[in-house]
Design a protein around this ligand. Structure first.
Ligand SMILES: Nc1nc2c(ncn2[C@@H]2O[C@H](COP(=O)(O)OP(=O)(O)OP(=O)(O)O)[C@@H](O)[C@H]2O)c(=O)[nH]1
Length: 247
């Protein structure tokens, strides 16, 4: 695998039919069970959850999405940490969004509980953001770092991104689990580290395809300029579907 030629990645960003993305064949605009309109009748923001193992790059992905899209979209972020506000503080320190657009939820327990079983604190945080900073286009909900079983409740988010990284070893996609197998987008991050840890991106792409069928996979390196591009393409597609469904 030649890492200096990213186009040789078997599926740097594979989607069943990327060419049809603008021709109405979007992925389902939402699989969420949450109401799609706000009390005043306007459509609420698209909510995207980001989950994945500890340290895989969830916060870095959220930061990169915000930096890339904040000039054209109204964005807010909810972070979840077990005991601290570490992730929110990172986003604030790096000024990826104005402070009033970032809220931290301290889960005080297994992170997956707050995004799957008792979503009340997260729902409240999202709804407060919509009320205080006005109509939003996109809300990113970052889970605390967990294991391969964490998934979001469909009552909380409309779509889920699961972030793993190559430093965890190229066997991770093969291990499966609901995040790897069913997330709307699987991100394999830190591809720049592949040569250092002996991870084979081709094997990861092949195993991800076995686990996920036609669901998309994005290979990212957030240390590279525009390394977030494949994720941005996917987010834009989801937003287009969301907006089209509202029309
Ligand atoms: N080399 C490299 N490092 C990265 C990349 N993305 C993130 N990192 C680094 O990996 C570390 C963890 O990244 P985070 O974004 O904090 O990971 P996280 O998943 O939010 O971590 P938790 O919230 O603790 O679960 C940080 O030191 C990042 O700078 C990448 O693409 N390449």
């Amino acid at each position: 695998m030649h890492l200096d030629h990213p186009e040789t990645y078997p599926q740097r960003y594979s989607h069943p039919s990327p060419a049809t993305a603008l021709s109405g064949k979007h992925p389902a605009p939402t699989s969420s069970s949450a109401p799609t309109v706000r009390p005043d009748g306007t459509r609420r923001a698209l909510r995207i959850g980001l989950g994945g193992p500890v340290g895989s790059g969830k916060t870095a992905t959220v930061a990169a999405i915000c930096r890339q899209l904040r000039d054209e979209l109204s964005i807010a972020v909810v972070t979840n940490d077990i005991y601290t506000r570490e992730d929110a503080e990172f986003l604030l320190r790096n000024a990826v969004l104005p402070a009033e657009r970032i809220t931290a939820v301290e889960t005080g327990a297994c992170p997956h509980t707050a995004i799957r079983d008792d979503i009340s604190a997260n729902l409240e945080a999202v709804e407060d953001l919509e009320e205080t900073v006005g109509p939003l286009d996109l809300v990113l909900v970052e889970s605390g770092g967990d294991n391969l079983t964490a998934t979001f409740s469909k009552g909380l988010v409309d779509a889920q991104i699961f972030v793993i990284d190559v430093a965890g070893g190229d066997k991770i996609p093969r291990k499966g689990g609901p995040g790897v197998s069913t997330a709307d987008l699987l991100v394999v991050n830190k591809t720049d580290l592949a040569p250092l840890v002996g991870a084979d991106l081709g094997v990861m792409a092949r195993d991800a395809r076995t686990q996920r069928g036609e669901l998309p996979v994005a290979f990212t390196s957030l240390t590279e300029p525009d390394g977030i591009a494949p994720v941005i393409g996917w987010v834009r597609e989801r937003l287009a579907g969301w907006t089209a469904a509202a029309a």
